[in-house]
Design a protein around this ligand. Structure first.
Ligand code: PHE
Length: 465
């Protein structure tokens, strides 16, 4: 690459922009950012909670339609305007709606990275326990609950994770991290295939495989759609300004349609592998216990240790697994934080160091609240949710739909579908052009209205998550 996304994002917008060197460079960079805790930690627990196969089906449909159209739009707008979101929106107008549209996209990563780092901290903690050989202890039923209610312990691990992120941003050694992660990603896939194979062949696990893969319409609820849509945004890094920025570094000859498809396939394959590791294990080790299926954010930390404790070389597998997840989490967290830093640099006109410090402060403030929310702050409940869950809900179920709506309106009412189509056609034929227009004009706004109304209804307790 002639300066990959990491060096590129750190540059001011008006200097000569670096570009990804080619098609592979672009796909790898986007996939590196897309694959993270969203795939391995978040997807399986949502699938377990919101109906298994029916969640998966809803997710796949949304991804191939709505998600696809949004990725293409964001990337094309980024490449057309050569700006990250705030600038991209302002290219079309300086008034309030444009400012708002850009900012809502830009603020989301700043709100995600703090709580993302809390989960990153949990991963480091588990890695350190495996390194000390505590494989059996980690598999105990109450281990995880005990760990997170010790708020200060969680806080320390969270700070450790955040420190790595901030140091990497300061030192500007993102290339190094990304190079390592390009080697580690394939390893993660191999290990995941192996663990999924092991987990699926445990006695009783088949029920879990069925639960995850075969849609059962009885399990369907509106919240399945809401959760699947939020997850789709999260996992594919849509509706948070990231793809505008990446698009702006993309050369004119990269096929937007094809690279979108490749990123979607890769990202979904990893999420499904994680589902096949975790959900069958819930059935094998907890007999499909409804409480465990509903465990939410803690699911990965409850079932995966049981899998490792039951197998030979469990400690080695545990070390490998949590190390690889840690890397995937770090690269994603770095790209989230980097997006915040470059927004600050560009919009506040401050230097890189100051911008990094500002991002670090935001991470520590919001992240600490999330980390302590299960311990000393466990009396705090926002709309009936823990602080971490609240941040997750706020960004995924409320802000991202609004950001997506802003992008839709920008495309359909301001820039015009034709300009986006022209942009895509600069590099290749736009095969799914008609579908794209249909998705943007009708499907996307409908989906967004559904998700927003359901989220609001959920806040007021009319429906439950
Ligand atoms: N998509 C990442 C994940 O699945 C999260 C992320 C979003 C990372 C946006 C970077 C930018 O974990």
């Amino acid at each position: 690459m002639t300066g990959d996304k990491s060096s590129a994002t750190s540059q001011h917008m008006d200097k000569r922009r670096s570009t990804f060197s080619g098609k592979l460079g672009y796909v790898l960079a986007v996939a590196g950012s897309a694959v993270g805790l969203g795939n391995i930690w978040r997807f399986p627990y949502l699938a377990a909670k919101y109906g298994g196969g029916i969640f998966l089906l809803t997710y796949l449909i949304l991804m191939l339609t709505f998600g696809y159209a949004l990725i293409v739009s964001e990337t094309a707008l980024g490449r057309m305007t050569k700006r990250s979101p705030v600038g991209a929106f302002q290219t079309f107008g300086k008034k309030m709606p444009f400012k708002f549209g850009g900012w809502v996209n830009a603020v989301i990563p700043m709100l995600i990275v703090p709580y993302y780092s809390v989960i990153g901290g949990w991963v480091i903690k588990y890695l350190s326990e495996y390194l000390r050989g505590n494989t059996q202890i980690l598999a105990r039923d109450d281990y995880f609950t005990g760990f997170i209610s010790d708020g200060f312990g969680v806080e320390l691990w969270f700070l450790a994770f955040s420190l790595i992120v901030v140091v990497v941003l300061f030192a500007g050694v993102k290339h190094g991290v990304e190079r390592v992660s390009k080697v580690m990603m394939p390893l993660l896939v191999i290990l995941a295939v192996f663990v999924a194979g092991y987990s699926m062949t445990r006695p009783g696990a088949l029920e879990g495989v069925k639960y995850f893969l075969i849609p059962n319409f009885e399990n369907f609820s509106w919240m399945t759609v809401v959760a699947a849509m939020g997850q789709m945004f999260y996992s594919l890094s849509i509706a948070m300004g990231i793809l505008y920025t990446y698009g702006s570094y993309m050369k004119k000859d990269v096929d937007i349609e094809k690279s979108t498809t490749q990123v979607e396939i890769f990202d979904t394959a990893i999420a499904m592998l994680a589902g096949l590791m975790i959900i069958p294990a819930v059935f094998a080790f907890s007999g499909g216990d409804p409480d465990t299926l509903q465990a939410g954010p803690s699911l990965m930390f409850i079932t995966i240790p049981k899998v490792f404790a039951s197998m030979g070389f469990g400690t080695g597998a545990g070390i490998m697994f949590f190390l690889l997840v840690l890397l995937a989490a770090l690269t994603s967290a770095i790209s989230l934080a980097e997006s915040g830093v470059s927004t600050f640099e560009d919009q506040l006109g401050i230097g890189r160091h100051k911008a990094t410090i500002l991002m670090g402060v935001i991470m520590i403030l919001f992240g600490s609240a999330s980390a302590l929310g299960f311990g000393v702050l466990d009396f705090v409940s926002v709309l009936g949710m823990s602080i971490l869950d609240f941040f997750d809900f706020l960004t995924n179920s409320l802000m991202m739909p609004i950001a997506a709506l802003a992008t839709c309106l920008l495309v359909t009412h301001v820039a015009g579908l034709n300009r986006v189509i022209e942009e895509v056609e600069q590099s290749s034929e736009f095969k799914r052009k008609k579908l794209y227009c249909f998705f943007m004009k009708y499907l996307a706004p409908i989906c967004i209205v559904i998700i927003l109304l359901s989220s609001i209804a959920n806040v007021f307790g009319w429906i439950t998550m």
